[in-house]
Ligand binder design. Structure first.
Ligand code: MD3
Ligand code: FE
Length: 203
C-alpha cells in the first residue's frame, strides 16, 4: 500500500516491518564503530537528536557549518559501510514510490529519546536534488511535520510508526519538515527510543 502525502511524497505503511530486527541489529553494530553524538549547529545549539551515519558519506555539523564528510570527525575513520540490506530496502522503497534506480551513498541514523525534536528545516546539503530521500521509522512513534516551500507555510502532521517508510522526491524534495517532541510511549523492540534512517544521494 502507498499513500500520497504530496505530488512526490509517499508513505509506505509497514514497508520495513519484515526487516526491522535486522535493521536494528545493524544499527547497533554501526553505533559501536561510529558512536551516536549530539552535534552542535553553526548557531551554537546542541541538537536533541543524536546522530551517526553509515555509507560513503556522512552528515555532520559544527560551528563552521553543515556538510557531508567521508570520515567521522570524532574518530578520523571512514563511516561504517552501508549494509547491502539497507541499500536494497531503500532502492525497493524508492521504486515502490515511482523513483527507479535510487542508489544512496549516505544513511543518516537519527536517535530520539523522549522530548527530542527536530525543528523545521530543509535538506539542502546534497548535490543532486533530483534523487529522492527515503526514511525508515523504527521504535517509538513520532509525529512528522510536513510543511511547504517557505518556513511559514502551514505544516500537516503525519503520524509515523515502527516499520513505516516515507519517500520524498520531485517537487516535495525541498519542503520544510521536522519532528514534534517525542512522547514516551515505549516500544517492545526498542524501549523509549526512536531510530530514523534517512537514505540520500549526497555526493
Ligand atoms: C521531507 N529526519 O534527518 S526523515 C533529517 O524523522 C530528518 O528523523 C526526520 O528530517 C526524522 O533531515 C525526518 C524524513 C524526511 C527527510 C527528508 C525530507 C522528510 C523530508 C526532505 C524533504 C521533505
Ligand atoms: Fe530533514
Amino acid at each position: 500500500a502507498r499513500e500520497a502525502i504530496g505530488p512526490g511524497a509517499f508513505v509506505l505503511p509497514g514497508f520495513a516491518l519484515p526487516f526491522a530486527d535486522e535493521l536494528l541489529s545493524a544499527v547497533k553494530a554501526i553505533s559501536q564503530d561510529a558512536p551516536f553524538r549530539h552535534l552542535v549547529t553553526p548557531g551554537g545549539f546542541t541538537m536533541s537528536v543524536a546522530l551517526t551515519n553509515c555509507g560513503a558519506l556522512g552528515w555532520t555539523s559544527d560551528r563552521r557549518g553543515y556538510r557531508y564528510s567521508p570520515t567521522d570527525p570524532d574518530t578520523g575513520k571512514p563511516w561504517p559501510a552501508m549494509p547491502t540490506s539497507f541499500a536494497r530496502l531503500a532502492r525497493e522503497a524508492a521504486s515502490a514510490a515511482g523513483f527507479d534506480g535510487f542508489a544512496p551513498d549516505a544513511c543518516l541514523v537519527n536517535r530520539y529519546a523522549p522530548g527530542a525534536r527536530l525543528s523545521l528545516h530543509q535538506d539542502k546539503d546534497e548535490h543532486d536534488y533530483g534523487a529522492p530521500i527515503v526514511s525508515v521509522s523504527l521504535g517509538m512513534p513520532a509525529v512528522f511535520l510536513f510543511g511547504g516551500h517557505e518556513r511559514g507555510d502551514k505544516a500537516v502532521r503525519i503520524p509515523l510508526q515502527h516499520g513505516d517508510v516515507v519517500v520524498w522526491g520531485g517537487e516535495d524534495r525541498l519542503r520544510y519538515h521536522g519532528v514534534l517532541p517525542l512522547k514516551d510511549q515505549p516500544h517492545p523492540a526498542l524501549g523509549s527510543l526512536r531510530i530514523n534512517l534517512t537514505f540520500r544521494k549526497a555526493g
